[in-house]
Structures are given as C-alpha cells and as structure tokens.
Design a binder for this molecule. Structure first.
Ligand code: FES
Length: 102
C-alpha cells in the first residue's frame, strides 16, 4: 500500500488528534510531542470513535466506556477493551502527514 497524505502538518497541532478515511479504513492520527502516530480510529470494545474521546500525553480515552490505549503501540491500558488497536506507519514529507495502512 502506498503512502497516503492525510493532512498538512500545520492542520494538526501538537496535542491534537483527528480521524481520516484511508483505503476504506478509519485511521486516527495523533500529534504527540515527539511526532506523529496513527492507529485504528475505532475502539476495539464497542466501536466508538476514539477521536471523539480525549488525548492526554500518549494515551487516548474512549468516549463511550473509558477504555484507554497507548497510541504509540496500540496497547490497552485500561478496560473494558482488551484487544489492542492496530497501529500504522506515519511519516512527514514536505509538510504533509502521510500514513501507510499496509
Ligand atoms: S466502546 Fe470504547 S470502551 Fe466501550
């Protein structure tokens, strides 16, 4: 799968997250202090949109039942979700944020 441009770097300030459709998937892109990360945007518990939740540091909280995930690894940090999020490769090229969903 080729790299897909989702937004300009300036469109997603540090501490922000946003959902983008990429190749038929819903991808959440996060701008952390040390760069950009991407995961599946849909919670593995009951399919809530994680980008409607809260991003604190490296953790995103689900808006529906409060499960928390590490956005760098997709790891579950607290229930009720138990299945990790898929993580995707992200890069910045010429001021654009690009995602590869593989
Ligand atoms: S839908 Fe995310 S914790 Fe339930």
């Amino acid at each position: 799968m080729p790299w897909v441009t989702v937004c300009a770097v300036d469109d997603l300030p540090a501490g922000a997250m946003r959902r983008f459709p990429v190749a038929g998937l819903q991808v959440a892109v996060y701008h952390l202090e040390d760069g950009f990360y991407a995961t599946a945007a849909i919670c593995t518990h009951e399919r809530a949109d994680l980008t409607k939740g809260e991003l604190r540091g490296t953790r995103v909280s689900c808006p529906l039942h409060g499960a928390r995930f590490d956005v760098r690894t997709g790891r579950v940090l607290s229930p009720p979700a138990f299945k990790p999020l898929k993580v995707y490769a992200v890069r910045v090229t010429d001021g654009s944020v690009q995602v590869d969903v593989g």
